[in-house]
Design a protein around this ligand. Structure first.
Ligand code: DAH
Length: 339
């Protein structure tokens, strides 16, 4: 048995020397050390040995295994080095080849508008506030003084999660959340996503974006609202822009108005963008209703405020002459790359 083992070692080492690739050496390993390998076969026979012989042969067998393993490792290292050397000499890297182009993304036009608006209002001292998109009926309607039978509360207009929870239909609930947490003076804007149960068409998508504004302090007047919106309109559409107020109704403001700006394309003469009127609708606004202040524990006898809300998607469409709101949400790079 001793001789058999020695023979195996000699043959194995000779076989190992003859290998030239990693696959070949793997085959040799299986041939000698594998489950059905030659060394394993001999070791299985050890049971028949006497108890004096067994440790002696065991030691030799271990030795043989170690020697075979060692010479496999050193052969593998040698083969790997050779394989690397031959790759290095055969493969040529052309360092003058142009690299892989990394295409930079850019901000979505709605995000660009949002950033523009935030820039304009923060320069006027507004802070950015945020609120949840999944909102309670209380914050979205009740606290904002919306009558229990207000049509906007309908299932057909609003996405309900359950009886008391909805996807917010406007950014106005952030007004209430802010007034509950902060004492006047308050000066915030709140951009964000809103949701309404609308069938998509050129001017409606069930998800859209608004920017809310709120100012509350002692002695705030309609004049402050007008001045603020005038500055905004001039920054956003150009310094020649004028604005006008049309009376309107919103539950959370009194008086309420819709605010128009002179068409920035024809400067008020009338064109296709403003449908010949010279004016484009900008936003809704008004003086914060005393009930809303009271709902937030702010005394309307001491404080007053103004609020406004604008559709960011619509303003962006106006600014860039985009005639279909759905284009914003189709992720077509040919469209998005134009802005
Ligand atoms: N939330 C209103 C809407 O979705 C817009 C609006 C109007 C917001 C007047 C205001 C406001 O803060 O004062 O139509």
């Amino acid at each position: 048995m001793q001789e058999e083992l020695k023979n195996i070692e000699i043959c194995a080492i000779a076989d190992i020397k003859n290998t030239n690739t990693s696959e070949e050496i793997d085959k040799v390993r299986v041939k000698y050390l594998g489950k059905k390998g030659e060394l394993t076969k001999v070791l299985r026979g050890m049971g028949k040995l006497s108890s004096e012989q067994r440790p002696v042969i065991g030691k030799i067998a271990n030795n043989v295994r170690e020697n075979i393993e060692q010479s496999i490792v050193s052969r593998i290292n040698k083969i790997k080095q050779e394989e690397l050397n031959s790759r290095l000499s055969s493969e040529v890297i052309d360092v003058t080849m142009p690299g892989q182009k990394i295409t930079l993304g850019k901000k979505h036009p709605i995000t660009q508008s949002m950033d523009d608006l935030i820039g304009i209002f923060t320069k006027m001292g507004f802070k950015v506030a945020e609120g949840p998109e999944v909102e309670s009926v209380y914050y979205n309607f009740d606290a904002l003084n919306a009558a229990k039978n207000h049509p906007s509360r309908d299932m057909s207009d609003t996405f309900y999660i359950d009886e008391n929870t909805i996807l917010r239909t406007q950014t106005s609930p952030v007004q209430v959340r802010t007034m509950e947490k902060t004492k006047p003076p308050i000066r915030i804007i709140s951009p964000g996503r809103c949701f309404r149960n609308d069938t998509p068409d050129a001017t409606h998508t069930p998800m859209f974006h608004q920017l809310e504004g709120l100012v509350v302090d002692k002695g705030i007047t309609l004049g402050d609202l007008k001045g603020t919106l005038e500055v905004f309109a001039k920054y956003f559409f150009g310094s020649q822009t004028k604005i006008k107020f049309r009376p309107h109704y919103f539950p959370f403001t009194e008086p309420s108005a819709e605010v128009d700006a002179t068409c920035f394309k024809c400067t008020g003469k009338g064109c296709s963008l403003c449908k010949g009127s010279g004016w484009i609708e900008l936003l809704g606004a008004g003086m914060v209703h005393p009930n809303v202040l009271r709902n937030c524990n702010i005394d309307p006898e001491i404080y007053s405020g103004f609020a406004f809300g604008m559709g960011i998607d619509r303003l962006t469409m106006m600014k860039y002459g985009i005639d279909d709101i759905r284009l914003f949400f189709e992720n077509d790079m040919r469209f998005l790359n134009q802005f």
